[in-house]
Design a protein around this ligand. Structure first.
Ligand SMILES: [Zn+2]
Length: 351
């Protein structure tokens, strides 16, 4: 079904989000709506955007995930295909899932971005969209970023441990500078990596140095700013203006049923108190909901966020409104399933 999605202020204090329609609204005198044969959803239902997901072309998904799971020894919650991601996000009530493609080979960036544009060209009924792929050693990196920008892609993913290029390497900094110039967001894998022990390409100190070199930009440091390095995140990143995503950072990891050698203490991620301390230091406005699907179950992750000792308005911002605000003006709102700008510019009505 083609999505028809915008905000109408039909009466004072009430904003309604249209999620489908069976006809066209008719206007009476004075611009007031006389009849509205529409399927409506009240705006005070939380918009949920999962900013950090992964998907693979159907042909290679199984092999890619088997290889990655061989390194991480953690559980999988979908088959890693676009259909699998769409299904588990739909079950969880997620409105929009954003894939973050990881370019491990500089030669394949352009090819990967063809796939990104294919995903973003889907009918607005699909709840999956994608950031662009980038590798700082890509020969055509500048032209590739311009191509993404021209195509309406709002940002790129950088995964320093998988590219082997430090985030504060001059090549990474050049890419970040260009993204700043083009107003592209950058979501980075930040911190250590469960599948690549010893990787240091995206430690919080490198995030700090890169941002000091580039200046203010829309950078999202994945995994609450630095997976497995949360002390350093608190020490080094709160005043950088970067955003955090919540992916794969709260609670415990679930081991894969593969004869792994995990000890219970190794599976621990952030406890609720430490997680909330990060939110308090950065501010709930700078925290974005992400799952790292297929490595987590969106339904369970939403439940965990809702279970934190946070105010309802903070939960709403984290689950979707913050990212909706970041995407506004950077993407085609209907295609990216966003509510109209009134939804986040005006305080949401509590009716
Ligand atoms: Zn990820």
């Amino acid at each position: 079904m083609s999505m028809f999605c915008r905000i109408l202020r039909v009466q004072k204090g009430t904003a309604l989000r249209i999620i489908g329609r069976s006809g066209t609204p008719e206007k009476a005198e004075g611009g007031r709506l006389r009849s509205m044969p529409l399927i409506l959803r009240r705006r005070n239902e939380t918009v949920i955007i999962d900013v950090h997901t992964h998907l693979f072309p159907a042909k290679i998904a199984e092999a890619a995930l088997r290889k990655m799971q061989g390194n991480s020894h953690t559980a999988l919650y979908s088959d890693g295909t676009e259909a699998g991601l769409c299904a588990c996000e739909a079950r969880a009530g997620v409105d929009l899932a954003i894939a973050q493609p990881v370019a491990t080979n500089p030669e394949k960036v352009s090819h990967l971005n063809d796939f990104v544009l294919e995903i973003n060209g889907r009918d607005a009924g699909s709840r999956v969209r994608s950031f662009g792929a980038m590798h700082p050693a890509c020969r055509d990196w500048e032209r590739e970023l311009e191509r993404l920008k021209m195509a309406g892609v709002p940002g790129i993913k950088l995964h320093p441990p998988y590219t082997g290029v430090d985030l504060d390497d001059p090549r990474s900094i050049a890419v970040l500078r260009k993204c700043r110039e083009l107003d592209l967001m950058v979501l980075i894998h930040s911190g250590r990596d469960v599948g690549l022990p010893g990787a240091e390409e995206a430690l919080p100190i490198r995030v700090r140095r890169a941002l000091d070199a580039v200046g203010p930009m829309k950078l999202i440091a994945g995994h609450m700013g630095g997976w497995g390095c949360w002390e350093e995140v608190l020490e080094l990143l709160p005043d950088t203006g970067c955003y955090l995503d919540t992916a794969f950072a709260l609670g415990t990891m679930t081991p894969a049923p593969d004869g792994h050698a995990w000890r219970a203490e190794d599976l621990r991620l952030l406890r609720a108190e430490a997680f909330c301390e990060l939110i308090a230091r950065f501010g709930a406005d700078r925290v974005l909901f992400g799952t790292d699907s297929p490595w987590a179950d969106p339904e369970e992750e939403i439940r965990k966020i809702k279970g934190l000792p946070l105010q309802e308005a903070e939960v709403r911002r984290i689950l979707g409104d913050n990212m909706a605000g970041l995407l506004a003006g950077r993407v085609n709102a209907e295609c990216w399933r966003l509510p109209g700008p009134a939804a986040w510019q005006a305080p949401a009505p509590e009716t």
